[in-house]
Design a protein around this ligand. Sequence first.
Ligand code: NZQ
Ligand code: ZN
Length: 385
Amino acid sequence: MLNFEFYNPTKIIFGKDQLHKLSKEIPQSSKILMVYGGGSIFKNGVYDKVKSALNGFEVLEFGGVEPNPYYETLMKAVEIINKEKIDFVLAVGGGSVIDGVKFIVAAVAYQGNPLDILYRKHRPVKALPFGTVLTLPATGSEMNSGSVVSIKATQEKLSFGSEVTFPKFSFCDPTVIISLPRRQIQNGVIDAFSHVLEQYLTYKHDAVLQDKISESILKTLIEVGPKVAENPNDYVLASDFMWCCTMALNGLISKGVPTDWVTHMIGHELTALYGIDHARTLAIIFPSLYRVMFDSKKEKLAQLGKEVFGLSGNDDEAAQQTILELEKFFHTMGMKTKIHQNTTEDISKTADFIKDRFEKRRVSVMGEKQNITLDKIKEIVSLSY
Ligand code: NZQ
Ligand code: ZN
């Protein structure tokens, strides 16, 4: 196993009807900014529940954080916090709202240009404290320090994170998925599944427990994913789904092992260019990446096939079959695995554009073996058209 440090200070409060505990988690007499998205919380009752749980606190509100949150929108919340002397921020929403709040609390505490955080010229060392009420299981943002923010002006989607951007607490109530459109549940399953792949599907190593935890999360998602998309009212399914999402990206399974993350890097570009849902970009890129990088990843592909999809036979054949099994699972979960099936825009220059973007950011090699070159990126994207 590789050396590692594991730090995760987020308290998870899991289960239904737990919001009465919210007021105990926030320092007394805090002035709170409650941040939310486009309004789903008004329709499903989450807004009312949170507001009544915050009875006694002074609460201001900031709504309208978009999916794939925009820097330009988030800076308006930064202004409010400075003007109103807010001490605590509460994110009520999915990954976009939580990520948005991570940026807001870091930007408020930074004297320089907030864009430095997104361009990674400044790693946050201070942030306003914040907690979350999760409404969409998918990203794991409720228990990690990462955040992805889009810049409207430049059509970029950039990530950052630091020790100070972990939530203090997250309320994870599986019943929130009842009001989710099926498309978002499907996205959640595939995003979590993808997070495990990025941290598992690299090369053979000796961290046996890490592999077995990852395989268990993948198997659980394959088992409950299709069912929970059809039966979001089933609390047992919803609980397993929600906990899988958190466990897939709370830092645990990446410890002591190599990680990849190139599918996410390319996927963010597809969202920035065409507005394709995050999870759907991943379902497009994984099969192509595994085909282009087949020799480099075939041992782990074969292991995935045998341990998770129940395949047998020699490694080469099992590895090839695993890619087909993955596509089959993505299709079962409602994904369309080619770019042209997800946008009506002209996509003919996408591969060159994305290669160019990475080049401008001075990224030349990527992946667990640092062997995914810019030419390979172009090949992967072209194969995904
Ligand atoms: O904005 P509202 O009206 O709330 O509607 C949202 C939004 O339209 C809706 N929704 C959320 N909870 C709901 C609900 N609708 C009905 N009932 C509920 N209970 O769902 C839509 C999508 O929400 P969003 O937050 O955008 O989805 P998700 O949680 O998938 O987050 C995606 C964002 O997270 C980033 C992605 O890149 C993307 O920007 N990621 C963050 C990561 C992290 N912080 O660790 C890792 C991921 O890989 C990912 O990159
Ligand atoms: Zn993701």
